[in-house]
Design a protein around this ligand. Structure first.
Ligand SMILES: Cc1cc2nc3c(=O)[nH]c(=O)nc-3n(C[C@H](O)[C@H](O)[C@H](O)COP(=O)(O)O)c2cc1C
Length: 220
């Protein structure tokens, strides 16, 4: 079985990456022999959808598939056959990161049939989404970050399956707060959250991975 984690953070070792790795560990806890792999969306160049509509063309060679032949193409070809996928992204300016959005356009849109009768045949697999952010839980509700997931739930759920999700708040942003203009945050408090809350978040990510693996088992 194959499971992928898609990292929408440009930082390959920070909060989102660590949570995704834990989720993959959760998958391995259920399927010790599974192939698990983290893909970092900032490791290679690619664009979002170019609106060419090759994926919607009547009798088109690329119907239901993205025609763009770049570094993302072989990855898309592989992950659409996956048994489960865990997406993760920091919140940037109240949305997921730019590269994650570009990825989602290419991953999801070709499978959206512009038809009342036709469907695009493809594999449906369990999904999860991990969101990391600077905001506290309270502020994230006030600003409406949770609406973000409602939107993704609709887009991803319509095509693949309703995603499980995990929100991780008040992440540790720098190794050394004293080097940055950051007096909007209480460094001591952030250190406490890192020490006491982040391990619990990692545990939740592990459980999320287990859930995706168990759902994949039920899909079989
Ligand atoms: C360009 C940029 C924009 C950001 N915008 C937000 C934001 O709108 N809301 C928020 O809560 N955090 C924001 N953050 C903080 C990140 O979401 C947060 O630190 C995240 O956990 C970083 O993930 P990483 O450690 O995996 O890179 C922003 C960070 C950057 C670099």
């Amino acid at each position: 079985m194959k499971f992928f984690a898609i990292n929408g953070s440009p930082r390959p070792k920070c909060n989102t990456a660590q949570l995704l790795d834990k989720a993959l560990e959760g998958v391995l806890d259920v399927f010790p022999d599974a192939h698990v792999e983290r893909i970092n969306l900032y490791d290679f160049p690619f664009h979002g959808c170019k609106s060419c509509f090759a994926c919607k063309r009547i009798n088109g060679k690329h119907y239901g598939r993205c025609v763009q032949n770049d570094d993302l193409k072989p990855i898309l070809d592989e992950i659409v056959q996956a048994d489960g996928i865990i997406l993760g992204s920091p919140i940037y300016l109240s949305d997921v990161t730019g590269n994650m959005r570009c990825f989602l356009e290419r991953f999801v849109f070709p499978f959206v049939a512009y038809s009342k009768t036709e469907v695009v045949e493809h594999k449906r697999m369990p999904l999860a989404y991990i969101y990391t952010m600077n905001a506290s839980e309270e502020i994230s509700y006030q600003i409406g970050y949770h609406d973000l997931h409602d939107r993704f739930e609709m887009d991803l759920g319509g095509v693949f399956s309703k995603p499980e999700h995990l929100y991780v708040y008040e992440t540790y942003q720098f190794k050394n707060y004293s080097k940055y203009v950051s007096d909007a945050f209480d460094e001591k408090e952030r250190k406490e959250i890192r020490k006491n809350q982040f391990p619990k978040d990692l545990e939740s990510a592990f459980e999320l991975g287990r859930k995706i693996a168990i759902r994949a088992k039920q899909h079989d």
